[in-house]
Design a protein around this ligand. Structure first.
Ligand code: EPU
Length: 420
């Protein structure tokens, strides 16, 4: 297992390039199963979750090739319909294989995603959506088994207790592209990753409108063809590096940061006294270190993303005043709080809200990350803490950040990966 050795670093400066979005690449790779033709997907981040997805595709009989950040997917020998437990158990996003498997093979067996460290992550909306399209779904020996002779278009409502669901929308959208007739998804997720998937499906010959709004219409077609598609930049990586720049009193040009994907984040950072200006193809972030406490509530897009809650919490630990950080998507997503406290942060938790009182400085310490975004938050805290921080659990970070420490090092951070 790797750990990060992090030293107190000065202001970050320079330019950084954002990788492709993990959460767009995962469903887009699954969508490549919807045709026999070859598809070429560009700007794919080589992070462990994406590698796991390509391994699952290979088990299903698909030929997958990597060339730098381009992935070629050739499903002409694709006959499998069972996703293996060993790989699915590594990554909950494998559930988005259900829709494409069902649409192409008429059946799908995908292990039920198990418990998750960021709290309960039910999948009833996925099942409800696919059942509405005509699938029969059972749970056998821990696997979801879905069958459908034909999928038929219908109206599907995907509103859950916490709002829309990104991957349930992706699953229904993918299945509906090859269904008979029209499917209408009400309460669809509006995240940029859903739009990216829709754009890829459209380029494959799917007929759909409304993506990016909460009502998506899909007219089924008899077949899709291969395509070349470029994955959107990762808004969570961009947001993480913007927060890193702000925390370090830095000035960083974040190339590939898309302002429209980061509206709520830019707004909160500006409220916290961070200067953000548009740049040709990105955003410039600058801070004099006088950060103000701001309250943040996570919400589905276009609200503030849950995937940046841990990182903004880390920033609030060194901001002036008291901030309330409320999770409306995953009420249990606060594992980073206890570790930040070990570094001198003053945080109390009240249900789904973290109450943070900013302190003058954090002090470096050995800390353990237990999830992807929490790991990033602890790394950022380490960069501004006194002395050294030893971050364990880097394998969580590697699931979703490409060359994280290299990108930060090039901006002037002192962060080193070592085998423990
Ligand atoms: N939900 C239900 N029922 C369902 C599905 C979801 O109640 O059947 C609830 C969830 O419990 C949650 C809310 O709906 O409260 C939203 O969950 P969603 O289904 O949108 O999450 P997801 O599609 O499984 C994706 C990202 C997550 C990100 C969420 C929310 C991928 C691969 N994952 O998950 O990313 O947090 O959307 O934006 O796209 C991450 O990258 O760190 C990460 C966890």
């Amino acid at each position: 297992m790797d750990i990060f050795l992090i030293e107190h670093s000065g202001p970050l400066s320079g330019s950084v390039e954002i990788s492709g979005a993990k959460n767009a690449a995962l469903p887009v790779l699954a969508a490549c199963l919807l045709t026999d033709d070859e598809s070429v997907i560009e700007h794919v981040p080589r992070v462990t979750d994406v590698v796991t997805m390509t391994e699952i595709l290979q088990v299903l009989g698909v030929t997958v090739g990597w060339d730098d950040e381009t992935v070629t997917v050739r499903p002409d020998q694709f006959t499998g319909w069972t996703a293996p437990y060993e790989l699915v158990s590594l990554m909950r996003a494998s559930v988005c294989l259900l829709g494409p498997l069902l649409a192409r093979q008429g059946r799908a067996r995908v292990p039920m995603p198990g418990g998750c460290v960021i709290g309960q992550r039910p999948i009833e909306l996925h099942l409800k959506g696919l059942e509405a399209l005509g699938a029969t779904i059972t749970v056998e020996h821990g696997d979801i088994v879905a069958r459908a002779e034909r999928l038929r278009g219908t109206t599907v409502q995907l509103d859950g207790a916490h709002g829309s669901s990104v991957l349930a929308t992706a699953n229904v959208m993918m299945a509906a592209t090859l269904a008979d007739g029209e499917t209408v998804i009400e309460h669809a997720a509006r995240e940029p990753e859903v739009v990216d998937l829709a754009n890829c499906l459209t380029a494959m010959g799917a007929k759909m409108t409304g993506h990016g709004s909460s009502l998506i219409r899909i007219e089924g077609v008899s077949r899709l063809h291969g395509t070349r598609h470029r994955i959107i930049p990762d808004r969570v990586e961009a947001g993480t590096l913007m927060i890193a720049a702000a925390m370090s009193r830095g000035a960083v040009n974040v190339h590939g940061a898309v302002a429209e994907h980061l509206g709520a984040v830019v707004e909160k950072l500006r409220e916290a006294h961070v200067k953000i200006e548009p740049l040709d193809g990105g955003l410039r972030v600058q801070s004099d270190g006088n950060l103000n406490a701001v309250d943040v509530t996570t919400l589905p897009f276009p609200g503030f993303p849950t995937d940046l809650q841990a990182q903004i919490t880390a920033m609030m630990t060194i901001s002036q005043g008291v901030s309330l950080l409320t999770e409306k998507i995953y009420p249990e997503r606060f594992m980073h709080v206890a570790e930040l406290s070990r570094m001198g942060a003053q945080i109390t938790r009240e249900g789904a809200t973290a109450v943070v009182k900013g302190v003058e400085r954090l002090s470096g310490a050995p800390v353990v990350a237990s999830d992807l975004r929490g790991a990033a938050a602890l790394a950022l805290a380490g960069l501004v803490a006194d002395n050294h921080t030893e971050l364990h659990g880097v394998e969580h970070l590697d699931r979703g950040y490409e060359r994280f420490e290299q990108k930060l090092t090039r901006l002037g951070a002192s962060i080193r990966r070592v085998r423990s």
